[in-house]
Design a protein. Structure first.
Length: 633
């Protein structure tokens, strides 16, 4: 094992030395220079190609994917699978940058598959780090924590402080979402400690960012503690200074966009309106980096916050222009960005209603409904594709294992046949020599002896063929049983997904019902305007027809799990509001905090406070997790 670790260390040290020699260049330029050297080994070339793909993942995503695939193909020519595992681990992150979570998840599975074929603890640690990373993205915090701890066990003693820091960052993020402040702080500090040890400035920036987030969350719960707000500003600003000093050595500049956005939010939430220029300064910085790194979520938030300031000042036209500009940026992207577009439609609808332009508000609300339906359908399609990719990966791995076992069996049978042939030759020689000393024996005795020998040979061959056939039949039955089990599991997962899809449909019906009630109120307010009344009544009649299909889905869900909402209200002594029940239903569906905020049309930080209030209403202890309790119902 020490020999394996040393092989990896030699490759990594070689690449790092070449990088520091040309540190005046960008990481991509330095790695490209390493590839041009004549004395580079094949192992070093694979590692350098993977790092180059990662360095180009932000600015040249398509080119980075091609380089990553080249690293994978070249790694397969090497005897040790560790390089293939690490190449797939890096390729997973690039696919996510390209907004292809399906291929990203498949690359993670491939990294784990090849990590299982090597003794390298570093390769195994990196593969399980990516597994934790993907599970956290999918909103599976408990599974992500288990994978992260497994990754740390493999990385211990390898000297890979860069990857240890990345794992600590994931764990800190998970505990932040679970409202576990002590563990959030613990792993944020470990993230910074290992990042400084590796001198990886991307990880250092992430560590400062998560520490700033910790103190920001802490201040939200302890507003009287002014020092916590000072700490939040301290870590965000030290991150800003680090970026300005070392940005040429960093790959993921998008982290700085998030930090600048956090600084703008800190000033906006904790300082008076006179700090408007400071807020706009950081929003401009976040927006500029967001454009450079193609971080649409940051860009959208910047336009949204700027629009909020204009609304507060009564400049409705400027506010609308900012929202439309942000929507235009989102629409020009090659990806759909349905969730971001939904947020813009909600903001535009609310703004039009404040201005008294109900026709525009209705138009934006209809577009919101269409986009929400598309997002709902896209989520179902992504889940289906992910399940199919996972099933295909497992199927290919099983087929490969079967082929390997069959090859071993054929090899053993070959040895058996050779042994039988040699035995037959030896027996023939023995008989030939024996015949020379038995010339006086009768011809009949010689014929009987020859016939007996032939019968024995046929019997041995028959027994060998029967044994081979029995082994093959047993393997066929075993593979058939495995296939049936896999199909049953897939059917069970699809059934559970259908149940959750029905609940999501129910929530959509309730949302549309609220919309219809609002329209009815508008009719009452505009009784003398016949044109508005006619248009609104047509919309109401059309939406009623659409709701009939959703009402049927709601009845189906009630038959499957009729006591879900009743149990929640009983536990909370009927103190849960309608919004709380919607929030709990989205948690039951397995949506992340980010997805819930998009569906409810509220800020992510409001989701955190809503979760905290629901947990209090349900009288859950500190050690009890809200997600686990709701899904247990």
């Amino acid at each position: 094992m020490l020999h394996i670790i040393n092989k990896i260390a030699v490759s990594v040290i070689f690449i790092l030395l070449q990088f520091f020699v040309s540190s005046a260049q960008t990481p991509a330029d330095s790695l490209g220079a390493v590839l041009t050297r004549k004395n580079i080994t094949r192992e070093q070339k694979v590692s350098t190609l993977s790092l180059l793909a990662e360095a180009k993942s932000i600015t040249e995503t398509v080119n980075a994917i091609q380089i990553g695939h080249k690293a994978v193909e070249l790694s397969r020519m090497l005897p040790d699978a560790q390089y293939t595992a690490m190449a797939y681990a890096i390729l997973a992150q690039i696919y996510l940058q390209h907004d292809d979570i399906g291929k990203s998840a498949a690359a993670v599975d491939s990294a784990l598959l090849y990590a299982g074929r090597t003794e390298s603890p570093l390769a195994k640690g990196i593969a399980w780090y990516r597994k934790s990373w993907m599970e956290n993205l999918k909103g599976k915090p408990q599974e992500a924590l288990i994978s992260a701890q497994r990754s740390l066990r493999y990385l211990e003693g390898t000297g890979a402080a860069k990857y240890q820091s990345a794992v600590y960052y994931i764990i800190a993020s998970i505990y932040a979402n679970l409202y576990d402040s002590p563990l959030h702080k613990k792993y944020a500090l470990l993230c910074l400690q290992t990042a400084l040890k590796s001198m990886d400035y991307d990880n250092i920036l992430l560590a400062y960012q998560t520490l700033g987030t910790y103190w920001q969350y802490y201040h939200m719960q302890h507003e009287e503690d002014r020092s916590s707000l000072d700490s939040a500003f301290y870590y965000n600003k030290i991150a800003l200074n680090t970026f300005l000093a070392k940005k040429d050595r960093m790959i993921f500049h998008s982290t700085m966009a998030i930090i600048a956005l956090n600084l703008a939010d800190l000033y906006a939430q904790n300082f008076p309106a006179s700090y408007r220029d400071t807020v706009l300064h950081y929003l401009d910085m976040a927006q500029k980096i967001g454009y450079e790194t193609h971080h649409l979520e940051v860009i959208a938030n910047c336009y949204g916050m700027k629009s909020d300031y204009e609304v507060a000042a009564g400049n409705y036209e400027k506010a609308e222009a900012l929202l439309l500009k942000g929507l235009e940026v989102v629409n020009t992207d090659s990806t759909k960005n349905l969730a971001t577009r939904i947020q813009f439609m909600t903001a535009l609808s609310n703004l039009s209603e404040k201005r008294g332009n109900y026709r525009e508000a209705l138009k934006y609300q209809k577009q919101y409904s269409l986009l929400y339906t598309d997002l709902y359908n896209e989520d179902k399609m992504n889940i289906t594709k992910e399940l199919e990719a996972k099933y295909q990966t497992e199927k290919n791995a099983t087929a490969l294992k079967t082929l390997q076992q069959t090859a071993i069996l054929h090899k053993r049978l070959g040895y058996l046949y050779i042994g039988l042939a040699l035995a037959s030759i030896a027996a023939a020689i023995f008989l030939f020599r024996s015949l020379r000393f038995r010339l006086k024996l009768a011809e009949k005795e010689r014929e009987d002896a020859a016939l007996l020998t032939q019968l024995k040979q046929q019997e041995n061959k028959q027994l060998a063929m029967e044994k081979q056939e029995a082994v093959l039949q047993a393997r066929i039955r075993e593979e058939e049983a495995k296939r049936l089990i896999a199909e049953q599991q897939l059917l069970q997962e699809r059934q559970e997904r259908l149940q959750k899809d029905l609940l999501a449909g129910t929530l959509l019906v309730e949302q549309k019902t609220a919309l219809l009630q609002t329209l009815r109120r508008k009719i009452t307010e505009n009784r003398n305007n016949k044109f508005v009344l006619t248009q609104l009544n047509r919309i109401i009649d059309h939406d009623k027809k659409l709701d009939e299909s959703f009402a049927g889905n709601k009845a189906d869900f009630d038959n499957i799990n009729p006591e879900f909402l009743e149990k929640l209200q009983e536990r909370a002594a009927h103190s849960l509001s309608r919004l709380d029940l919607k929030h709990c239903s989205y948690i039951y569906l397995g949506l992340t905090n980010k997805e819930i905020s998009q569906r409810l049309g509220i800020a992510p930080k409001s989701i955190l406070m809503a979760r905290y209030r629901i947990k209090l209403k349900l009288r859950l202890g500190k050690e009890e997790e809200l997600d686990v309790y709701i899904r247990s119902l």
